[in-house]
Ligand binder design. Structure first.
Ligand code: C2E
Ligand code: MG
Ligand code: MG
Length: 533
């Protein structure tokens, strides 16, 4: 467990002490003053001589022996007082320690021992007084781990926790004196440079953190390969709002993550607009779903050699009152984050099945299933219920999953896909070539179809490399007994080329863009999509 030492100069500001004395020094001083006072009074008034004379005059009263009594009491009292004061000091020290422990607990993350969000806010509010030059700035790096979730999900929280501790160690090693490492929660961390010469000072730690976290971690016998994305925000003004600075770093982080991981990004004013838009859509999403503003569109899937229509892929579209049609790439992540993806998926499926149940010939429907949905072990039941309700034959249904879904939880995905398969549902691996899956996955899971990602097809013209990759994927698919489908076919020439490479099926603007009305492509059972390649 690592904590940054509390050495920073701006951290402890104590109330001033009277005369600069500690409580103990003050007590000793009071005692001395009292002894001096008593001595002065007794010697000034000749008290001892008076007492001696009085006791001589009243010899019969035995006063010289009586005097021992108060002396004995005084000594006993002194011993008693000393012992009491020791006990009191012990108790006070214990209380102070406990208070310090509670304070430390309130300001630190119990798992990693790093500062927590509160401590970071405190340090942020103390950063400005620590700045001496006007040109100095306060810099905050928001750090988020890439690919942490799959490890946590597949190896359990024990491994996840230990990984977080090792991440904390590596971050602490990057931090210099006076800088603060904090854990903001989950797999989010932060590094604060309270006083930096300029925003550029953040570049060094940002690069080093990305490098440090890219190196593999070994926990027991498990090798974990993660990484980090970073967002950086700076404050130069004398009175900035710590919370706003944290938010800006988060905004930059969000952008950095969405632009591909393992990078850092500085906050820019225009980023705020994107975040606000997303927050607004997030608010409006559940209502849009309830009111039926999100509906299935249909894109034809054709047999390449003949150009015959075989089925449709269902692609969600949100028709927004002000923004017009919103892409699923924008709102599917919102549906996932708000936990409404399952509901959205079933709704779209039901609507499409009602529409397609009576088609002749019985064309297929392909639905995209998000990684989040594959965590729901009851997914097969839910899908089958829709099939029963709508009278749609499950053998006409195809489920599309992406490779990244598999990395998150392979055994879970396998259980769900096998259950769906046992009802006759076909399984397609979507966007093949862009994710992290391995050939092992392809062999172990009950796939029927391989969908080659459109990025390869779109770049075939200018890239010989892409053409080779597409050819290799088609060969691989066939050797595993899978149907191959090329996404993103936009021209007749591309379609012909793919037929020559032996690809079975195709999808793309050449055959038709996703449309609200599937009947536009069905012409009394015959295909009306553009002709055979
Ligand atoms: P995807 O499953 O790979 O879907 C194919 C995407 O390629 C669609 O984008 C489609 O419009 C686009 N496309 C098709 N032909 C062409 C072409 O010739 N050229 C180009 N440039 N693009 C083409 P879309 O509709 O924007 O969907 C994007 C992604 O959003 C989908 O990728 C899918 O992963 C996801 N998605 C869409 N609807 C749903 C849904 O209902 N549930 C889930 N979980 N994901 C969905
Ligand atoms: Mg798809
Ligand atoms: Mg795809």
């Amino acid at each position: 467990v690592t904590t940054l030492p509390d050495t920073s100069p701006w951290k402890s500001v104590h109330a001033p002490r009277p005369l600069g004395l500690s409580p103990r020094q003050r007590d000793v001083l009071i005692l001395l003053v009292m002894v001096a006072l008593v001595f002065t009074v007794t010697s000034r008034m000749d008290l001892f001589e008076r007492f001696a004379r009085f006791s001589e005059a009243h010899d019969a009263w035995q006063l010289d022996e009586l005097i021992w009594l108060p002396i004995l009491f005084a000594v006993a009292g002194l011993i008693f007082a000393w012992r009491q004061s020791r006990a009191l000091i012990r108790e006070l020290m214990g209380r102070k320690e406990a208070e310090e422990r509670v304070r430390a607990m309130a300001l630190h993350d119990p798992l990693t021992g790093l500062a927590n969000r509160r401590k970071l806010q405190e340090a942020l509010s103390l950063a400005v007084p620590a700045r001496k030059e006007r040109s100095e700035v306060t810099v905050l790096l928001a750090i988020d781990l890439d690919r942490f979730k799959p490890i946590n999900d597949s190896h359990g929280h024990g491994v996840g926790d230990r990984l977080l501790k090792e991440v904390a160690d590596r971050l602490t090693a990057v931090a210099r004196e006076g800088e603060l490492v904090a854990r903001m929660g989950g797999d989010e961390f932060a590094l604060l440079l309270p006083v930096a010469e300029s925003a550029d000072a953040a570049t060094r730690p940002a690069r080093r953190i990305i490098q440090a976290l890219e190196a593999p971690f070994r926990i027991d016998n498990i090798v974990c390969q993660i990484g980090a994305s970073i967002g950086i925000a700076c404050a130069s003004e004398a009175n900035f709002d710590p919370e706003a600075l944290i938010q800006r770093a988060d905004v930059a982080l969000y952008r950095s993550k969405s632009e591909g991981r393992g990078q850092f990004r500085f906050f820019e004013e225009e980023m705020d607009g994107h975040i606000r838009r997303r927050a607004l859509l997030e608010q409006q999403f559940s209502q849009a779903l309830a009111q039926g503003a999100i509906r299935p569109h249909y894109q034809p899937l054709v047999e390449l050699a003949t150009g015959r229509l075989k089925g449709f892929e269902i692609l969600a579209r949100w028709t927004h009152a002000e923004e017009g049609v919103i892409s699923p790439e924008v709102f599917i992540p919102i549906a996932e984050d708000t936990g409404l993806i399952g509901e959205l998926s079933l709704k779209l499926l039901r609507e499409a099945c009602v529409e397609a149940a009576g088609w002749d010939p019985p064309l297929t429907l392909s639905v995209n299933v998000s990684p989040v949905q594959l965590r729901d072990s009851r997914l097969p039941e839910r899908f089958m219920q829709v099939m029963t309700e709508t009278g749609f034959d499950p053998r006409r249904l195809e489920v599309e999953i992406t490779e990244n879904t598999l990395v998150a939880d392979f055994p879970g995905a396998k259980r769900i896909l096998t259950a769906l398969k046992s009802h006759g549902v076909q399984i397609a691996l979507d966007d093949f070539g862009t994710g992290y899956s391995s050939l092992h996955h392809l062999r172990e899971l009950p796939f029927d179809k391989l969908k080659i990602d459109r990025s390869f097809i779109l770049s075939m013209e200018e890239s010989e490399e892409s053409r080779k990759i597409v050819g290799a994927i088609i060969g691989l698919g066939h050797s595993l007994g899978l149907t191959t489908l090329a996404e993103g076919i936009e021209t007749a020439a591309r379609a012909r080329e793919l037929v020559d490479l032996g690809c079975d099926m195709g999808q793309g603007y050449y055959y038709g863009r996703p449309a609200a009305d599937a009947d536009a492509f069905r012409d009394g059972g015959e295909t009306s999509v553009q002709g055979a390649a």
